[in-house]
Write a protein that binds this ligand. Structure first.
Ligand SMILES: [Cu+2]
Length: 275
């Protein structure tokens, strides 16, 4: 290889680096400018240890965010407890989520795909678990299935109307769900008992009412933990706020043991035995 060839490789590398630095700088500047008037607003709420996203039409997503390609979005970022940092590394999005304050930035997602959302500010014990998924849906996908990405398993936040619809499945009692699963006060502290009873015995078809008696949000999500590839495929209450309830319909569950856990606090483990 002659000197000339090596020089050209060197020049090429320098030009690439300069372009990359330029692109990054452009991105930062672009976020500091005012959002275009047609931008859609998404509220981003950080909380130990998950992200909630609220769209303009009022729909909420927990732990994942669906947006459309080439649409400008304006993010209003805040926190419910300590300081978090909303970070989407692939789009150079990085903004503190501060309690009592709303920080804004805007962005256009130009490449469809699945991207990581994370917290970049140490926010306590399970900071590492404060992750989410960003789904950028292709602009042409509107004619196909609206609003839903094929890989999604997490359900939207349980609404009272959806929950009451399940009550037709009840078999044994006259009113309300037939089985109760309690999330105990103090469950968020590692080592404390989390779910009661454990194991929970149900007959397929029972509606389980999950009652969060703790002071922070929890879930009951099927699977052995976040690394379980089947996580959430059997059932998932999504986030249950402190003092709130959600329901699990067991009609389609196979007989046997079904482990479940809390997606906010993955050390909270429980088991459901279906007869
Ligand atoms: Cu929890």
């Amino acid at each position: 290889m002659g000197h000339a060839t090596i020089e050209w490789i060197y020049i090429g590398a320098v030009i690439s680096i300069l372009c990359w630095v330029g692109a990054s700088a452009w991105n930062v500047e672009h976020q500091l400018e005012a959002a275009p008037p047609n931008a859609e607003t998404i509220k981003v709420i950080g909380q130990q240890w998950f992200w909630t996203f609220e769209h303009e039409d009022g729909t909420k997503e927990v732990g994942e965010l669906h947006v459309k390609q080439n649409v400008p979005y304006r993010f209003e970022i805040t926190s419910q407890d300590v300081i978090h940092d909303f970070n989407v590394p692939d789009f150079v999005i990085l903004m503190d989520a501060v309690p009592g304050r709303i920080n804004t930035l805007w962005n256009v997602f130009d490449v469809p795909g699945e991207y990581l959302i994370q917290c970049r500010e140490y926010c306590g014990l399970l900071h590492y678990n404060m992750r989410g998924k960003l789904f950028v849906e292709p602009a042409s996908a509107e004619s196909q299935s609206p609003e839903s990405a094929p890989t999604t398993t997490a359900a939207p936040v349980a609404s009272p109307s959806a929950a009451s619809g399940n009550q037709t499945n009840q078999t044994s009692t006259a009113a309300g769900p037939s089985v109760t699963l309690n999330i105990l006060e103090g469950a968020s502290v590692q080592g404390n008992p989390a779910y009661d009873p454990d194991p929970l015995s149900v007959t397929a078809g029972d509606v389980v009412e999950v009652s969060n008696q703790d002071t922070v949000p929890h879930t009951a999500t099927s699977g052995s933990g976040p690394e379980d590839p089947e996580s959430g495929s059997q059932f998932d209450t999504s986030i249950i706020d402190a003092g709130a309830t959600a329901q699990i319909d067991t009609a389609s569950l196979a007989a046997g043991d079904h482990p479940f856990y809390c997606s906010v606090h993955p050390y909270m483990l429980g088991s459901m035995t279906v007869k």
